[in-house]
Design a protein around this ligand. Sequence first.
Ligand code: NZQ
Ligand code: ZN
Length: 392
Amino acid sequence: MIHDFVYDIPVKVYFGTEQLKNLGPELRKYGTRVLMTYGGGSIKRIGLYDRVVKEIRDAGLELYELSGIEPNPRVASVREGARLCKEHRIDVLLAVGGGSTIDATKWIAAAACVDHDAWDFFDYKIWAPVEKALPVLDILTLSATGSEMDSGGVISNPDTRDKHGRMHPLLLPKVSFLDPSTTFSVSAYQTACGSADMLSHIIEVYFNMDQDLYMLDCVMEGLMKTIIKYTPVAIREPDNYEARANLMWASSWAINGFVDGGKQQAWSCHPMEHELSAVYDITHGLGLAILTPRWMKYCLDESTVSKYVQFGVNVLGISPEKAPMDIANEAIERFASVLFDSFGLQRTFPEVGIDESHFDSMAEKAVQGGAIDGFRTLKKEDVLNIFQMCMK
Ligand code: NZQ
Ligand code: ZN
């Protein structure tokens, strides 16, 4: 059925190469004391740091910094950011980087407004409410997570080996700057991982047996074709603006809430993947790439085959003349080839250093003691079976 839904994506986007001149005026709308956050230094290597600092200084704003936000950002970074916000009475946050920097910054914005520990927002037993957050603006440098246009953030706690995501409308960025040329320096590996992540965001929604909005299925098919077309181009020619621009805008629209259109089903591969990166600290998109084709195979039967046929024919160009099960199996194989041959990602758990030793606890946590109520309901045994399929 087509469920009722609310469409509300109030993120202002500046897209293109000449937009940074708007940064100072946009920040100024929210105050004068700015905390700029970033990762391990890529923004300095590409000259973006200097450009941003100049815009902030020219606008007469006071600048503070938090650097070193890790991929799979740790709660320690959130704590440190919140401490800086309180100490310097920060008005507005500016995240400059990939999804990890933006995610951490969103939660710094919330943690700066409370007295309790930042992990209380993510501890399932506490689940502290989000009632207030400082405004966040961002400059995206990696096309992947869609954090630039969604209300979510995923934070890791190495002490408990947990990686939890949470969304809240107060965390939506006020303004996002998307300049595709800032992604020219993204490595082939991170480009591929980012595209696998975007594809997964769409697939988690598209693979659904509800009778959905056809209009949104067409949008998702267009997004997937765009990512499949332009990722190898960006890998081959890192400074191809057309490829980087298509990937950047697809990243935002894959997960900003538009394509969901009221769908109520839970995601499947993401909860499984978050356990992999919680324990092994692997790149999110890589974990998804390994899991997704296996999950597709696991969920295929007569009751779901029509979705695979739609995907195979409309996205991967398979002839509709063949038998549905043959199309479905070919679709899974072709999709695996997109990820592993065209994008060049590793195929199996052993190749990325994952063995069976944590399967049990990871599966338990992925289903949160119950089941993942997604495209197919997955209980702990199902997750274990899918993990097992990733071993070869
Ligand atoms: O730290 P720096 O030096 O900036 O280097 C980063 C990092 O090493 C580098 N990088 C970023 N931009 C670059 C660049 N290198 C060269 N040139 C550039 N222009 O890339 C590496 C990875 O960065 P990271 O931010 O970790 O990647 P990504 O954007 O894929 O973010 C991954 C995180 O987002 C979460 C993931 O779980 C993971 O923790 N997710 C967030 C979501 C959300 N907010 O809605 C949804 C996703 O499903 C995902 O779970
Ligand atoms: Zn993701």
